[in-house]
Ligand binder design. Structure first.
Ligand code: SF4
Ligand code: SF4
Length: 116
């Protein structure tokens, strides 16, 4: 499988499809981030109740997992950051409080962050 697999525990983002991100590109913020919780997914968009109910694709096997082509990332202290772009082929995004519901970008974080 080519591309970047983004597993995401933020279930109330409109781009979340069965715990995977369905966007082709995302942007991660955190220019001054020293730890994972100081990063956040700038592409987060809170889903309406209607969006929560429709438009999700069933993931039946590895081939149907959505993949992204590009993660633009501000977190230059992260060891996986290569000139503003994430170098991993699999990334995990979560809620910093450990639940699945976020109100804003700052409630999300890239848990694949590793400090240099
Ligand atoms: S929070 Fe970010 S990584 Fe997760 S589904 Fe939304 S846009 Fe994708
Ligand atoms: S692993 Fe690091 S470089 Fe990749 S998106 Fe997360 S914070 Fe950015």
């Amino acid at each position: 499988m080519s591309g970047i697999k983004i597993e995401c525990g933020v279930n109330d983002c409109t781009h979340n499809n069965m715990c995977y991100c369905s966007l082709g590109k995302i942007k991660v913020k955190g220019l001054k981030a020293k730890v994972s919780d100081q990063t956040c997914c700038d592409s987060f968009k809170r889903a309406s109740i209607l969006e929560d109910l429709v438009g999700k694709t069933e993931i039946t096997n590895a081939d149907s997992i959505p993949v992204s082509s590009f993660i633009k990332c501000e977190a230059i202290v992260c060891n996986n950051n290569a000139k503003g772009r994430c170098s991993l082929d699999a990334v995990q995004v979560d809620n910093i409080y450990g639940c699945t519901s976020c109100d804003k970008c700052e409630d999300t974080c890239c848990t694949s962050f590793i400090a240099r």
